[in-house]
Ligand binder design. Structure first.
Ligand code: PGA
Length: 245
C-alpha cells in the first residue's frame, strides 16, 4: 500500500483528483467507483474544475456509487443520488446511462436491487479505480465492523456511530435512515485499483488500525491491506503518526 500524507485537506483533494484525471486521460472508458460523504467534496470540486478548465472529458467514463440509504427517494435532499448530481454529475457531462447508484427508494426489493447492481458492475467489466473514504469506526462504503471480507452488494444495518455522524446532515439523528444498500468488501476488493481518502483527526485512530493493525473483520478498512494496488491519501491530521511524520 502506498501512503501519501498531504499537509492539508486541499492538497489531499487535489492529489486525489489528479490521480483520477490521469487515469481518465489514460483510459477514457474508465469505470470508477465513487464515494459520498464530506471527505470527497474537495476532490469532486477539483474534478469539476478540471472538466471546465482543462477539458477533462468524462463522456465515456462509467461510474458506480458505493452506497445509498434505504428509504429515501432519489430526489430526497439527503439521498446520495442528490449529493452526486449536486456535487459532480450535473457539472461534468457523464451520460445518464453511464451513471449507476444503488436504488434505495421506499418499497425497493433490496435483494433484487443488490443482484442487479453486482451484475451491472460485472457487465461493465468491473471497477478500474474505486475511491473510498473511511468511517471513524473503520467502515468502508457502508460495510460496518463485522462485515465479511467476502461480502457483496446487499442491504445492511447502519452502526449507531455511523448514524450519529450522519445526524449533522439531517434535522435530527432520528431521521437518519437505519439501513442502506452498499457494495460489499468483496466487491471493493475486486476493483483493480483503490484510492482511500481520510481527512481530519477524527479519522486518525481508524486509519492507524486500518493500515497498521491486524487484518480483522472488526476493522473493515483493514481488508485493503490484502489488495495489491491501494493508495491511501491522508491529510496530516488523519495520518497515524502525525507527531513524528
Ligand atoms: P465522511 O465519511 O467523508 O463524511 O467522513 C466517510 C465514511 O463514512 O466513509
Amino acid at each position: 500500500m502506498r501512503v501519501l500524507v498531504t499537509p492539508d485537506y486541499r492538497t489531499l483533494s487535489c492529489q486525489a483528483a489528479e490521480i483520477i484525471a490521469d487515469a481518465v486521460r489514460f483510459e477514457p472508458r474508465l469505470t470508477l467507483g465513487l464515494p459520498t460523504g464530506s471527505t470527497p467534496l474537495g476532490m469532486y470540486e477539483e474534478l469539476v474544475r478540471k472538466h471546465s478548465g482543462e477539458n477533462l472529458d468524462f463522456s465515456r467514463v462509467k461510474t458506480f456509487n458505493l452506497d445509498e440509504y434505504i428509504g429515501l427517494a432519489p430526489n430526497h435532499p439527503r439521498s446520495y443520488h442528490t449529493y452526486m448530481h449536486l456535487h459532480f454529475f450535473d457539472h461534468v457531462h457523464i451520460p445518464m446511462k453511464h451513471i449507476h447508484i444503488p436504488d434505495g427508494a421506499p418499497g425497493i426489493d433490496t435483494d433484487l436491487e443488490s443482484i442487479r447492481y453486482e451484475q451491472a458492475i460485472q457487465q461493465a467489466g468491473g471497477i478500474d479505480l474505486l475511491v473510498v473514504g473511511i468511517g471513524s469506526n473503520g467502515h468502508i462504503a457502508f460495510n460496518e465492523p463485522g462485515s465479511s471480507f467476502a461480502s457483496r452488494t446487499r442491504m445492511v444495518d447502519l452502526a449507531r456511530e455511523t448514524r450519529a455522524n450522519a445526524g449533522r446532515y439531517f434535522v435530527s439523528e432520528d431521521e437518519v435512515p437505519r439501513r442502506a444498500i452498499t457494495v460489499g468488501i468483496g466487491t471493493i476488493l475486486e476493483s483493480r485499483r483503490i484510492l482511500l481518502l481520510a481527512s481530519g483527526s477524527g479519522k486518525s485512530d481508524a486509519v492507524a488500525r486500518a493500515l497498521q493493525g491486524p487484518v480483522s473483520e472488526d476493522m473493515p478498512a483493514s481488508a485493503l491491506q490484502g489488495h495489491s494496488d491501494v493508495t491511501a491519501i491522508l491529510d496530516a491530521a488523519a495520518a497515524p503518526c502525525r507527531d513524528e511524520c
